[in-house]
Design a protein. Structure first.
Length: 123
């Protein structure tokens, strides 16, 4: 299969998820960065598979406590998911929950609560 084929990109995400589950963050990160870059190029920046790759990279950063890097990615995914998939789509809701989890991890409880109540990140 070609390196930029959608099935190859899915495999990159899956391998990165395995590495992340094993705590092998340094090996997972370049795979996810490659998946994000190639997905943007091949599928477009708002394609659901691209958004999944971005979400996976944000999740990796969050697992490492790299909140400042994870937050803008999750905000980007949330914005695009709302437009592409709709506010009630399970992926959009999962992104809201992930962003609220990040806010809670940083002690930003009021922002997490606001996000979970109305679905909008604070300005």
């Amino acid at each position: 299969m070609a390196p930029r084929h959608p099935a190859t990109l899915t495999s990159l995400n899956n391998l990165a998820a395995l590495y992340q589950a094993q705590g092998r963050y340094a090996e997972a990160e370049p795979l996810l960065q490659q998946a994000v870059s190639a997905s943007r190029e091949v599928l477009g920046p708002r394609h659901p598979a691209t958004l999944t790759s971005l979400n996976n990279l944000a999740t990796l950063y969050q697992a490492q406590g790299r909140y400042a890097e994870a937050e803008p990615l999750l905000q980007q995914v949330l914005s695009a998911s709302r437009e592409v998939l709709g506010a009630r789509h399970p992926d959009t809701v999962a992104t809201i929950q992930a962003l609220a989890s990040l806010y809670r991890a940083e002690g930003r409880n009021a922002e997490a609560e606001s996000l979970l109540k109305d679905g909008n990140p604070p300005k």
